[in-house]
Write a new protein. Structure first.
Length: 207
């Protein structure tokens, strides 16, 4: 069994009660397919104070493995990450490090949609050019029932969205395929700064 839970000691910031809660430290989608929805609605990370009912979120370390999509994602300071990374890269997985729950959810959504997160980040980088001057904290890949958007987040709320263009995705995927294959195979932090660096390195004239 790959999936593993551990008792986490924590102190409720609301009432001060010290307690133990079970949290996932390793999670296999094959073993626990129902966990996918619980990740996306963030209920999997929730710990509730046994004394006052206050809710907190567990933000890692968590090693997430989707065997079917071949995605390994590490949230927080995962034990022996370098070793885990090499093992999963050798098995042909995409290996990613994510800082927070929202970033893990985004990687999971992108993977569930069968897309390459590197292309998604390159699209975000292209969007930043269009959004010059607009202030936001994060741009997230955000599918709803009918459409896909890039959602702009500021102070934890949505301040607007940009349509996701399928044709742009396909075009970028084709255009950057060779460079992505040559350069970035073992890069594990794939975010907007990674994408901006990629453009600067390969397409200085284009941006
Ligand atoms: Zn409490």
């Amino acid at each position: 069994m790959f999936t593993k839970k551990e008792e986490m000691k924590w102190r409720c910031p609301h009432c001060g009660e010290r307690q133990l809660n079970e949290v996932y430290v390793r999670l296999s989608v094959r073993e626990e397919p129902a966990s996918l929805n619980r990740i996306l609605d963030t209920s999997l990370f929730k710990v509730t104070c046994q004394n006052c009912g206050h809710e907190e979120y567990y933000t890692g370390p968590l090693l997430y493995v989707d065997e079917e999509r071949k995605l390994m994602a590490a949230m927080g300071d995962v034990h022996d990450f370098a070793k885990e990374k090499d093992a999963y890269l050798a098995l042909g997985y995409a290996v990613r490090q994510v800082p927070e729950i929202v970033d893990l959810c985004e990687k999971v959504l992108i993977s569930e949609n069968g897309r390459d997160d590197r292309i998604i980040e390159l699209m975000k980088a292209a969007n930043t050019v269009l959004l010059k001057g607009q202030q936001y904290d994060q741009m997230l890949y955000a599918p709803d029932e009918d459409n896909i958007y890039f959602e702009l987040i500021k102070d934890a709320g949505s301040i607007g969205r940009i349509p996701f263009m399928e044709a742009v995705y396909d075009d970028m995927k084709e255009r950057f395929a060779a460079d992505l294959m040559n350069e970035c195979d073992d890069e594990t932090v794939i975010d907007l700064s990674w994408a901006l660096d990629f453009f600067e390195k390969h397409y200085q004239a284009a941006v």
